[in-house]
Ligand binder design. Structure first.
Ligand code: ADP
Ligand code: MG
Length: 243
């Protein structure tokens, strides 16, 4: 792939990653030699059928899981050389993660959910609150601070999760099927938000199996049987924020 001059330094640099699960006497190669560079300013959609290894790849890139072999450097730091604490710190500083099922704490208000990464980062109470409010305002939920997840729609819950992912001002956001539980209209609104964040400088890697959603990205990777089988750039479609 030719370098795009609009992109910055590599944030993700993975070389020959494998992830092997041993099940009884069979081995399953969920990742089978993945090499990948993602630069600052990239907006990547990962596609592929169910079971192809997309989540495994996201979890390794997002430092939620370690590869069986291969090297991975995130924001210039070789991840395999880091201990648990250092890895947690690098993750907290560099990455925001968004899941298909939102993963919010149920009995906890939106603003408290968003504050959580700041608790781990050791910020004081009033600064946490202020930054969590600002992050919720940024995703269009400035008027829902005290709502619990059950009092919010699916799209709103995903916005809270996105606010939580960006509250630490990470360099890169990973999202595993962020629109998988949402209807079409809400999915487009979430992609419009992703595009806003991307234009403001956030690098984004997300998984989807819907071509309609992938067209909002600037680059599409296709994964099959644990391998990247295609890597293309495109002019992103413009997601129109529903009124
Ligand atoms: P996708 O997200 O593309 O649907 P996954 O990355 O979740 O695919 O899974 C890739 C393959 O690895 C699948 O065959 C899946 O069954 C297997 N797999 C994923 N996680 C585990 C695990 N913890 N133990 C054993 N096999 C797993
Ligand atoms: Mg998956």
């Amino acid at each position: 792939m030719t370098a795009d001059p609009s992109l910055g330094p590599p944030l993700v640099a993975a070389s020959d990653l494998t992830k092997v699960y041993v099940l009884g006497d069979t081995e399953l190669r969920a990742l089978d030699g993945v090499s990948l560079t993602v630069r600052e300013g990239d907006f990547v959609a990962i596609m592929g059928s169910s079971g192809s290894g997309k989540s495994t790849l996201m979890n390794v890139l997002g430092c939620l899981d370690r590869p069986t072999s291969g090297s991975y450097s995130l924001a210039g730091q070789e991840v395999s050389s880091l201990g648990r604490g250092q890895l947690a710190e690098l993750r907290n500083r560099t990455i925001g993660f968004v899941f298909q099922s939102f993963n919010l704490l149920a009995r906890t208000s939106a603003v408290e959910n968003v504050e959580l990464p700041l608790v781990y980062a050791g910020l004081g109470r009033s600064e946490r609150r202020e930054r969590a409010r600002a992050a919720l305002a940024r995703v269009g939920l400035g008027d829902r601070l005290d709502h619990r997840p059950s009092q919010l729609s699916g799209g709103q819950q995903q916005r809270v999760a996105i606010a939580r992912a960006i509250v630490n001002e990470p360099k890169i956001m990973f999202a595993d099927e962020p629109t998988g539980n949402l209807d079409t209209r809400t999915s487009v609104a979430i992609m419009a938000l992703f595009q806003d964040l991307w234009r403001a400088g956030l690098t984004i890697i997300f998984v989807t199996h819907e071509p309609d959603v992938a067209r909002y990205a600037s680059r599409i990777l296709v994964v099959r049987d644990g391998k990247i089988v295609s890597d293309t750039r495109q002019e992103p479609a413009v997601a129109e924020q529903a009124a």
